[in-house]
Design a protein around this ligand. Structure first.
Ligand code: AMP
Ligand code: MN
Ligand code: MN
Ligand code: MN
Length: 294
């Protein structure tokens, strides 16, 4: 299979951040790949939260259909009192350093989930943890999204976004402070596994301008190389803002739906805007397990 030309590569329908039932997505890894194919994606990365358990199944289906696929992960990090997500792309998902790091991050989720259940009980919402667990296909990965789905299903709130606004963000009764991985550790695990570290959806972080600057400084200093400029979680203004950051800092740019499921995601797999044409696509640095067809 020949490598695509530079122009073809730039125009590739790459979607380098999405979720399966291995974390808080609605579709099994195989179904994520099939949906991506149906939507015209040419290069896909599955990036479950703190977990690589879906990579083999997704890679196999992608390979069978000739879809370019790279192994990925989205690691939860604490920085300046905020939760930051660092995506790793093109990782060796069997690398022991990465696996040990991810196991450590996941380890904290159980205690946090229990505390969330207790916090919600204090405001009269009983058995929320048991309810969240029913939505979590991977018992090691209970996410706030699973709590939100349970609260919607049990009629407490009309939709997931409203649950977050009323219960699950800082200052609200179901929010529990949690210390995730250190930035340098997350980037270090990704690099140890041969991957490229990407700052996910930067516009979503509630950081002061100074802290945002520090986040990028530190990220670059510890070996981070890319930023999600186009994200399902970004408006066009936010996309332009982080396109400027990518240019100023010489970072590779990523393009990502952050798809979780039809009902919960603004942007479907492969349906993001194109990258601004002058940016260097991060996928120019990735070697897909199955090359896209020209
Ligand atoms: P966690 O890693 O358990 O803290 O959960 C974070 C996940 O919750 C994110 O990856 C999203 O899937 C989801 N999420 C966070 N904030 C919101 C929000 N405001 N509306 C809907 N989903 C959200
Ligand atoms: Mn999520
Ligand atoms: Mn995220
Ligand atoms: Mn995500």
């Amino acid at each position: 299979m020949s490598l695509p030309s530079a122009d073809r590569l730039r125009a590739l329908n790459a979607d380098l951040h999405c979720h399966s039932t291995v974390s808080d997505g609605w579709l099994e890894p195989e179904a994520v790949v099939l949906r991506a194919l149906a939507n015209g994606v040419e290069l896909l990365a599955l990036t479950d939260h703190d977990e690589v358990g879906g990579i083999d199944a997704a890679a196999q289906v992608a390979q069978a259909h000739g879809l370019g696929f790279v192994a990925g992960v989205e690691i939860s990090v604490s920085f300046a009192g905020e939760t930051i997500h660092i995506v790793g792309l093109g990782i060796d998902h069997r690398h022991p350093v990465l696996l040990a790091g991810l196991a450590q991050v996941r380890g904290g989720r159980d205690v946090r989930a229990q505390q969330m259940g207790e916090a919600l009980a204090r405001v009269g919402i009983r058995d929320a943890l048991a309810g969240a667990r029913r939505f979590a296909r991977n018992p090691a990965l209970v996410s706030r999204a699973h709590f939100a789905r349970h609260l919607v299903a049990s009629g407490v709130m009309p939709d997931v976004k409203t649950v977050f606004d009323h219960y699950l963000v800082r200052g609200k009764p179901g929010f529990v402070e949690h210390e995730w991985a250190a930035l340098e550790d997350a980037v270090g695990w990704i690099r140890a596994a041969g991957g490229i570290a990407v700052i996910a959806h930067p516009a979503r972080y509630r950081l002061s301008a100074a802290d945002m600057g520090r986040l990028f400084d530190r990220f670059v200093a510890v070996g981070g190389e890319a930023v999600e400029v186009v994200s399902g979680a970004h408006s066009e203004d936010e996309m332009r803002r982080f396109a400027t950051v990518a240019r100023q800092r010489g970072l590779f740019a990523s393009r990502a739906s952050d798809f979780h499921g039809e009902a919960e995601s603004a942007v479907d797999l492969g349906r993001c805007n194109p990258l601004p044409p002058d940016l260097e696509p991060v996928w120019a640095r990735l070697s897909p397990a199955a090359a896209p067809r020209d």
